[in-house]
Design a protein around this ligand. Structure first.
Ligand SMILES: NC(=O)c1ccc[n+]([C@@H]2O[C@H](COP(=O)([O-])OP(=O)(O)OC[C@H]3O[C@@H](n4cnc5c(N)ncnc54)[C@H](OP(=O)(O)O)[C@@H]3O)[C@@H](O)[C@H]2O)c1
Length: 288
């Protein structure tokens, strides 16, 4: 029986597809752009790329025919949040589907300062209302979030943000996907929320110290007031809604919401999560 992946061409979804294909499992990538999917994956055995209209429940129901498990990896707000709910609702009506696993976020809750955390909680509540068999992986902030700093780091060896303090245990997106593949492949891990963190909490300035060591020259964090940070984001082309999401993420960091680790990644995969230094080494060229 096959796993369907929604958001299959995204950062996590694409790694989930590759991980399942590597395990020689059958995968249906439900995508809006089949050409993009073919460029990303080629045409490996076991992978079926299916153009799918996520806003059309009938097309989704056809795409889900014979599917055993579903992975959803998309944004939590705006149209992506809406489409996640449509997909969950469609999956709930398909008898062959034994599990929907969704990419959520650490601290998904009704009272987080972060809009993203509250939006994921809302989707969880919706899933619960449909009674679909359901699990999530809830990763900490991705190490890959540091890539947002790359352009500024290349230009001025600085990165501007709100949260000059407050720690988070950044997790490598490749680890997030590996944990996701494990959850999909092992029914013993179904029906629960998996809180995933990297190995150690650190602040943005502390992460930049690791980047400084990797580059061999200092990179410093520049604290900006909220108004300035907003201007900084929007002038870099970040859409207003996404900017608000990022600003509330900074407030959540400052409030200490993310300052902890869990052992869940190690329990699921039987190895420790990658260090941030490893991510920075692998992606060095982006910052150099
Ligand atoms: N960044 C972090 O630090 C972090 C940490 C923890 C959790 N998360 C969570 O991770 C999730 C994002 O995952 P990601 O980074 O893998 O996402 P991503 O790279 O932005 O991928 C999003 C996927 O959704 C698809 N998509 C978007 N809009 C669509 C539409 N209108 N119709 C059909 N498909 C659409 C995209 O398709 P195309 O490829 O065709 O555009 C893509 O495959 C969010 O929910 C976030 O809260 C992020």
């Amino acid at each position: 029986m096959t796993t369907a992946v929604i958001g299959a061409t995204g950062r996590i979804g694409s790694e989930i597809v590759r991980g399942l294909v590597a395990r020689e499992e059958e995968v249906a990538a439900l995508v809006r752009d089949a050409g993009k999917a073919r460029r990303a994956f080629g045409e490996p055995g076991g992978l079926h790329i299916r153009p799918t209209r996520l806003d059309d429940p009938r097309d989704l129901a056809e795409a889900f025919d014979g599917i055993r498990s579903v992975f959803i990896a998309m944004g939590s707000v705006g149209i992506e949040g809406v489409l996640q709910r449509v997909a969950i609702n469609a999956a709930a009506g398909i008898p062959s589907i034994e599990q929907v696993t969704r990419l959520s976020v650490l601290n998904a809750s009704a009272d987080s300062l972060g809009i993203n955390q509250r939006a994921h909680y809302s989707i969880d509540r919706f899933a619960s209302s449909t009674a679909v068999p359901y699990s999530t992986i809830r990763p900490a902030i991705f190490s890959a979030s540091l890539l947002a700093a790359a352009r500024e780091v290349r230009a001025s060896r600085t990165w501007t943000g709100l949260a000059g303090s407050g720690r988070m245990a950044l997790i490598d997106h490749r680890d997030v996907a590996e944990a996701g593949v494990r959850v999909l492949s092992d029914p013993a891990l179904w029906d629960v929320h998996h809180d995933l963190t990297g190995p150690a909490p650190m602040s943005w300035p502390e992460a930049l110290e690791l980047l400084s060591a990797e580059l061999g020259e200092p990179v410093t964090f520049r604290v900006a007031a909220e108004r300035k940070f907003l201007e900084h984001l929007t002038s870099a082309g970040v859409p207003a809604g996404q900017a608000e999401l990022l600003i509330t993420r900074e407030w959540a960091i400052l409030a200490g919401e993310n300052d902890y680790t869990t052992g869940t990644f190690q329990q699921i995969t039987a190895r420790p999560p990658r260090a941030i230094a490893e991510f920075l080494h692998d992606y060095r060229a982006e910052f150099a």
